[in-house]
Write a protein that binds this ligand. Structure first.
Ligand code: DLL
Length: 441
């Protein structure tokens, strides 16, 4: 196991480093980003007022809307000509959010991702099959540079063309696969369709993220491929993948790269910090970025953090798996539910396959949620491909009861044959919001 010295620093040492870097970052944005200068002036805050890490609370939050309002390059602390790369995350509506990197930023990012791959079990010389999409999305190139920095053999497959992915996995004998959990599960499914056994590949580790996934999904991936699957987190606005990474030893929370990113968790309504261990919205401040520093960026992602020591020996703060996005939370007849909580329960039902979608409709003034889920091959054969079979009715009732007793929500459940729901090559679409379409009766 490779432990980077900074990952085992004492809290005092880490916090001293963070404070120094925070002060530099605030000075930088005050001097070079008119948006931040104005915000700080409005609050009567000058860079020299940041004397302790707690003073971060004096700083304004940054939201996605702020980035959109300054599209494409208005938030940069350098001239765009001083950057060597841009990435963008596709918004659900309108223009994407654009981010830019100087040479030093790309360098730091590669370090952070190299560390992340190590945390997940990677070593120099390992072969890394990178199935994250290459392009404006940060997944492909983010993992690519990190893998090269580690000294791993980097296979830039990108997403899609599943049959070719399978051929490359068989021929190149990779140790590690990187991709969205939903897509990598699709690779396993396709292998089985082709009569191949995903457990027989050379793969040992999986680095999965870019979308919410549950413990049950981890179990499914680990069983399908006989690998250890670890969670990687990140977002373009903060840098891309590598902001936090789960260790393969504990598989219990993601180690935040605290020397580069300062993490807070707030109550999204009051904007006040929550207690350690309590869930809330993750907020990040970049500590080393040159081109696009962000101050207290509100991620919209819900998680908790802990400072408890990890069995892997790292002392860095760990965040929990992302439960969902603040804006993805469904309010079903007054009850708050995240799609990932539904996934958590669905995947405990052996008759189901881990492929589902939630469709939201409006019925009068009420929101209605329909769950579309596939049955597994075995069960489908057992009922002779007849989804009107009595056993299917019982299954639907069982799922409804499971969700009702555990999540207190009533959801219409529709089961489908294996491989009938849409598959993704990148981030899976789990929620289809049709509430704006013509209301049902
Ligand atoms: O998804 C960066 C990334 C690439 C992370 C590859 C991990 C692996 P964006 O496209 O900007 O960047 O989307 C960021 O995706 O705010 C979360 O809502 C979600 N997300 C990312 N990682 C995870 C994860 C990349 N491990 C948004 N679990 C974030 C749950 C995740 N959600």
């Amino acid at each position: 196991m490779i432990l980077h010295r900074i990952e085992t620093a004492s809290r005092a040492e880490m916090e001293a480093l963070q404070l120094e870097r925070l002060q530099q970052t605030v000075k930088r944005v005050y001097e070079h980003v008119p948006f931040y200068r104005q915000k700080l002036d409005e609050n009567g805050v000058k860079p020299e007022h940041i004397r302790t890490l707690d003073d971060v609370k004096k700083l304004p939050f940054t939201t996605k809307k702020d980035l959109r309002d300054h599209y494409p390059f208005g938030m940069l602390a350098v001239r765009i000509q001083d950057c060597i790369r841009v990435h963008a995350s596709s918004g659900t509506s309108g223009k994407p959010t654009v981010v830019a990197y100087t040479k030093n930023d790309i360098d730091h990012w590669a370090d952070v991702v190299a560390r992340a791959i190590t945390i997940a079990g990677g070593e120099p010389g390992h072969i890394v099959h990178n199935a994250y999409g290459y392009g404006l999305f940060t997944g492909g190139l983010g993992l690519h540079y990190g893998s090269e920095r580690l000294g791993a053999v980097t296979v830039p497959v990108s997403g899609g063309n599943t049959d070719r992915q399978i051929m490359i996995i068989e021929d190149f004998q990779p140790d590690i696969i990187c991709g969205t959990p939903s897509y990598v599960l699709n690779i396993a499914e396709r292998m089985k369709e082709l009569g191949k056994d995903p457990r027989k590949t050379s793969l040992k580790y999986g680095i999965f993220g870019a979308e919410p996934w549950s413990e049950e999904m981890r179990r499914a991936l680990e069983e399908e491929f006989a690998i250890k699957a670890c969670d990687i987190y990140g977002l373009s606005e903060v840098i891309g993948p590598g902001v936090a990474m789960e260790c393969h030893e504990a598989q219990n929370g993601l180690h935040v790269a605290e020397d580069h990113f300062f993490v807070e968790v707030i109550n999204p309504k009051t904007l006040e910090p929550v207690e350690e261990g309590e869930e809330g919205e993750l907020v990040f401040t970049s500590l080393t970025k040159e081109a696009f520093p962000v101050i207290r960026y509100r991620t919209g992602d819900v998680a908790s953090i802990t400072k408890e020591r990890c069995i892997c020996g790292r002392t860095t703060i760990r965040m929990s798996r992302i439960k969902g996005r603040v804006d993805d939370m469904l309010i079903i007849r007054g009850v708050n539910v995240f799609p990932s909580e539904i996934e958590h329960h669905l995947l405990t039902v052996p008759e189901l396959a881990p492929h589902y979608q939630l469709h939201l409709f409006r019925k009068g003034t009420l929101d209605v949620v329909e769950l579309q889920v596939e049955v597994c091959d075995r069960f489908y054969q057992e009922v002779g491909g007849n989804l009107h079979d009595e056993r299917v009715h019982s299954l639907v009732k069982e799922i409804q009861y499971l969700l009702k007793t555990n999540l207190l929500v009533s959801i219409d459940v529709h089961v489908h044959p294996p491989r009938s729901l849409p598959r993704s090559e990148g981030k899976a679409v789990r929620v289809v919001d049709r509430r704006k379409e013509k209301a049902l009766l």
